[in-house]
Structure formats: structure tokens, C-alpha cells
Write a protein that binds this ligand. Structure first.
Ligand code: SF4
Length: 440
């Protein structure tokens, strides 16, 4: 996985222009940025610089930062709500990144762990939290090692901080679901619990809990450092700042890159050196996301306001370019089969509905489906959506619907003429090799 930048804008006199977050990576060593190197750019909040907690919240509100984990909720509003809650407040860094097509949070944890910790500790100061938890999947060994080492460096340097605990998460898609994360930290399994109360009301230890993903907290640290005006100098008015994308598929430059929100998707794809054969579609937002046709990808800009009008969204920032030789229906069937295997097994519509949807999609891909199968797929989508205790099945339905719409010609051909020759090619979308059974 590489880190690179896409077309940049003129430098500013304050913080970095572009890349912003990726400028915190130590490109020379290729490893984690040390505390001393990090502190050359990000001084610790010494007593002279220490600001009242309220000013951190106000700065994030003014900056207009929205969560970069997928939901896009305003981070300032979340900070304020938790800060006003009663009880022992806690910050949880959500570093699960169970989305197979995303690598940005793992990159930040592994290469810029001190920026992550700065963000978490500043958030803790803002809401007067007594403790910080950092949740990372147990298979992400490099990220775990980097964050443990970064904590030890701070302890050794006597940097003032509230206790920071690292929690190893099971390698499941749902480990990063907020209520699942809280349930695990509270001693249960990493399965979603029915909500409300939401974690910001009653979370870890029963106290108000702020859960933010890794990238969001890194932006928060930079906002405190360089201010809301600097943050707003990139991005759109509604969705300011930059965001990390994970590019993969039929492009020569795969990996994590940083863009201003609102950048044209066509520019991003052409800067990423598409393969000679071109691309046939784009999967945007990861496996919880949506397919875009090439025509839509040409006019799309990377901001939720625009993408939602197209029935899409930024999601976790994963962008997969599908090569023309791939069978989009087979790819979607593989992803839906994997997603069905990730259910927490607690709600009937999720367990049975997703299995049925995955089965129907496999039949479509194999060319054994009939028009009745297609009707059933639409019906099952309607029956499953909104029927789970969490929103997990809704993401799978979103992916299904976008596939049936964008690839409607392929669907018709598979039903009338059987499987296409592309189905015999190597799959493109990455699928974790096995479903790990453990939930703890
Ligand atoms: S909807 Fe699915 S993943 Fe969510 S709680 Fe129910 S069974 Fe678990």
C-alpha cells in the first residue's frame, strides 16, 4: 500500500496545504513517526498554550468537521452533546476498519500514531473524559505495535495524558459498529446492541461516550493546531477539509491518497493512471457503498451533497475501479456473500434476508436465475431494509440495488443468455480469506 498525493493547491502560510494528514507520515523512515519528530510540527499543549476545553469544541464546530467513518455526522455537535452528558465520560478511537477495500485508518495508526493520539487526547480534554480507548482489529499487527509504542514514548517523555488503553477487536465487519464496540469494551461480545440509548448517551461503563474514527480525530488535532479558517480553506462550504481515499482496482496508483472534498472523481481516476483497458464502473464507499456507471463517475464530485443526489455517498472513502474484463455481477455476488457471513446473527431479516439476497445474486452471476429471481431480489431488499437492530443489512441492500440498476443490461443478458465470459476471470474485489467466528 502506498501513500501519495493528488493535484494540490497553492501553499498557505499556516498549516500544510495538501497533503494535510499524510504530511504527518515520516516518508524517510517509512515507519511510524517518532514522538520527537511529531512534536516538531505538533507541539504539546503546554500550560502557556493550553486552552479551555470549550474553545476546542467551538473550533471544531466552526471548522464544520464531519466524521470520516461513513456516517458524516458533525463532529462538533457530537463533542458538545457528550460534554453535556452526565457521568464518567470516555473517548473511544474507532480503528476497526473492517471494510476490506479501505486502508486509510490503518495507515494513520501505523505511520502517524501520534497524530491519532493527539486527536484522541484533545477530544478527551474537550469533553473532560477520564479515559481513552483505542480499538484496533487484532489482525492489524503493525497498527497495534505502532500505537502501543507511541503510548510508551509519551509515558517515557512524561507527557501529561489521561490513561489510554488499547483494545483488540475481533476481525469482523461489525466490530466497528458503535454499539458493538461499546459492548466489547464493557466485557461483552462485539455485536451490536439494540439502541437507544446511543453510546453518546450511555456507553462505556454507562457513561457518555464519544466514538470517532481515526481519520476524524486526526483532522480534529489539525483543527486545534491551525484553526477552523485553515481547515475550511479546502473542501466545500458544506463539507470542508480534505479526506483520505483508498484507491484500488484497475488503476496504476493504488493506495491511500488525500483530496480536497468536492474534487472531481474523473480527475482522481485519471491521476491514478487507469489501466490501458479503461474501467467499466466504480464502486464508491466500499462494500457498504454503491456502484457508479462510467457516465456518472465522469460527472461526480467527491462530496456527499452531490453524491447523494446520484444515490451514492462517500462512505469510508474506498474507491474501486472495475476493469472491463471483470463480471460486475460476480463481484457483487462475492461481496454480498461475504457480507451475509458477517451478520451478527441476532435479527431474522438480517440473517435470512442477506443469505437469500446473496444466493439470488450468485444465481444471477452464474446465469441460472430467472426473471422471478430478479423480482425476489427486489422484494427481499425491501423486506430487509430498516428491519435490523442496526443498519448493517441496509448497506448490503444499498449495494444490491445499485448493482441491479447500474448493471441492468448485464442482468438481462445473464438471465437470457447465461453467464458472461468475464465470470471466468480472476475476481477483483478483495475478500478476507475466511470468516473469523470469534466475537470477542
Ligand atoms: S441487523 Fe444484523 S448485524 Fe445488526 S444486530 Fe441485527 S443481526 Fe446483528
Amino acid at each position: 500500500m502506498i501513500a501519495h498525493e493528488l493535484p494540490s493547491s497553492p501553499p498557505l502560510s499556516t498549516g500544510p496545504s495538501l497533503p494535510r494528514l499524510l504530511s504527518a507520515l515520516d516518508e524517510q523512515s517509512g515507519g511510524a513517526t517518532s514522538l520527537s519528530a511529531h512534536r516538531r510540527t505538533y507541539p504539546p499543549p503546554t500550560p502557556a498554550r493550553r486552552q479551555p476545553a470549550e474553545s476546542y469544541i467551538a473550533a471544531v464546530e466552526k471548522a464544520g468537521l464531519r466524521g470520516r467513518g461513513g456516517a458524516g455526522f458533525p463532529t462538533g455537535r457530537k463533542l458538545r452533546t457528550v460534554s453535556e452528558g452526565q457521568g464518567r465520560r470516555v473517548v473511544v478511537v474507532n480503528g476497526s476498519e473492517g471494510e476490506p477495500a479501505s486502508a486509510k485508518d490503518g495507515l494513520l495508526l501505523t505511520r502517524a500514531p501520534h497524530l491519532v493520539l493527539d486527536g484522541a487526547l484533545l477530544a478527551a480534554a474537550a469533553i473532560a473524559a477520564r479515559e481513552v480507548f483505542v480499538g484496533i482489529e487484532r489482525g492489524k499487527v503493525a497498527a497495534l505495535r505502532a500505537i502501543h509504542h507511541a503510548i510508551a514514548e509519551r509515558v517515557h517523555a512524561h507527557e501529561p495524558m489521561v490513561p489510554v488503553r488499547v483494545v483488540e477487536l475481533p476481525e469482523r465487519y461489525l466490530s466497528g459498529e458503535e454499539s458493538a464496540l461499546v459492548h466489547l469494551i464493557n466485557g461483552g461480545e462485539a455485536k451490536p446492541t439494540s439502541t437507544p440509548p446511543r453510546p453518546y448517551q450511555r456507553g462505556v461503563g454507562g457513561g457518555p461516550t464519544l466514538i470517532d474514527n481515526v481519520e476524524t480525530l486526526c483532522h480534529l488535532a489539525q483543527i486545534v493546531q491551525w484553526g477552523p479558517a485553515w481547515f475550511r480553506s479546502q473542501g466545500t462550504v458544506e463539507e470542508p477539509g480534505t479526506m483520505l481515499l483508498t484507491l484500488s482496482g484497475a488503476v496504476g496508483r493504488r493506495g491511500v491518497c488525500e483530496i480536497p472534498i468536492g474534487m472531481s472523481l474523473a480527475t482522481i481516476l485519471s491521476s491514478s493512471r487507469p489501466n490501458a483497458g479503461g474501467i467499466s464502473a466504480v464502486l464508491l464507499g466500499g462494500y457498504y457503498g454503491t456502484w457508479l456507471s462510467v457516465a456518472d463517475a465522469r460527472v461526480a464530485t467527491m462530496d456527499n451533497a452531490t453524491l447523494r443526489r446520484m444515490g451514492s455517498g462517500l462512505g469510508c472513502g474506498a474507491v474501486i475501479a472495475l476493469p472491463p474484463h471483470a463480471c460486475a455481477l460476480s463481484e457483487t455476488a462475492r461481496v454480498l456473500t461475504w457480507l451475509a457471513g458477517q451478520t451478527a446473527g441476532q435479527c431474522g431479516p438480517c440473517v435470512h434476508g442477506l443469505a437469500a439476497i446473496a444466493g439470488g445474486m450468485r444465481e444471477l452471476a452464474a446465469g441460472t436465475a430467472s426473471l422471478r429471481t430478479l423480482e425476489s431480489l427486489h422484494r427481499w431488499g425491501d423486506q430487509v431494509e430498516g428491519r435490523g437492530a442496526c443498519s448493517f443489512p441496509d448497506g448490503a441492500v444499498r449495494l444490491l440495488r445499485s448493482a441491479l440498476k447500474v448493471f441492468n443490461n448485464d442482468v438481462a443478458r445473464h438471465i437470457s443468455h447465461g453467464p458472461c465470459s468475464a465470470a471466468a476471470h480472476q475476481p477483483v474485489l478483495p475478500i478476507p480469506s475466511a470468516n473469523v467466528v470469534s466475537w470477542r
